[in-house]
Design a protein around this ligand. Structure first.
Ligand code: APR
Length: 175
């Protein structure tokens, strides 16, 4: 029986996290963007984009589909890997929760394959993709809790960039 990882939250910048893998809220092009995607590429340097371009030239010729995840180097960041995943854009007419949960599940599957022990997640889809943060936090915490056993993880950390997100994840993590 493997010990269960600590599932934690912190108010901060994901590019500063000293963990094995950080998860990027990317878009399907994998060629960068704003928000956390922009911060990771800016702070991580050109190696990350170079690897993303190779992924686009090969296996992901048509881009990374929503809900899937793929790893690259973390370049100059303290982490070893960046796991890029594409969140769903929030919809008021369609329930895309399963796609959002898949981002966390697939990121953990990739992290386990890499042998990562500590993983940091942003609040996927809650920025440009407009997902209400309270609901996104509930989906995220449930998905990470359910998938935590897929690897020998020590810590799974939600890194929140503002107080409302930090509060929402606190509520979702409360026993
Ligand atoms: N560290 C941690 N979290 C961050 C950081 C950071 N440095 N910068 C932004 N965030 C937070 C935002 O406050 C938000 O809560 O990450 C969350 C996700 O917001 P976005 O980065 O906008 O990502 P998302 O909503 O999933 O939209 C993805 O935006 O940047 C583009 O290329 C990206 O097209 C894609 C889309």
């Amino acid at each position: 029986m493997t010990a269960r990882p600590a599932i934690t939250r912190v108010l901060g910048d994901i590019t500063e996290q000293r963990v094995d893998a950080i998860v990027n809220a990317a878009n399907s092009s994998l060629l960068g963007g704003g928000g956390v995607d922009g911060a990771i590429h800016r702070r991580g340097g050109p190696e990350i984009l170079a690897e993303c371009r190779r992924l686009r030239a090969g296996r992901y010729g048509r881009g990374l589909p929503t809900g899937q995840a793929v790893a690259t180097t973390a370049g100059r960041l303290p982490a070893r890997w960046v796991i890029h995943t594409v969140g769903p854009v929030h919809s008021t007419t369609e329930d895309r929760s399963e796609q959002l949960a898949s981002c966390y599940r697939e990121s953990l599957r990739v992290a386990a394959e890499l042998g990562a022990r500590t993983v940091a997640f942003p609040a996927i889809s809650t920025g440009v993709y407009r997902w209400p943060v309270a609901d996104a936090a509930r989906v995220a915490v449930r998905a990470v809790t359910e998938a935590a056993a897929v690897g020998a993880f020590v810590e799974l950390r939600f890194v929140l960039f503002d107080e409302p997100a930090h509060r929402a994840f606190g509520a979702a993590l409360a026993p």
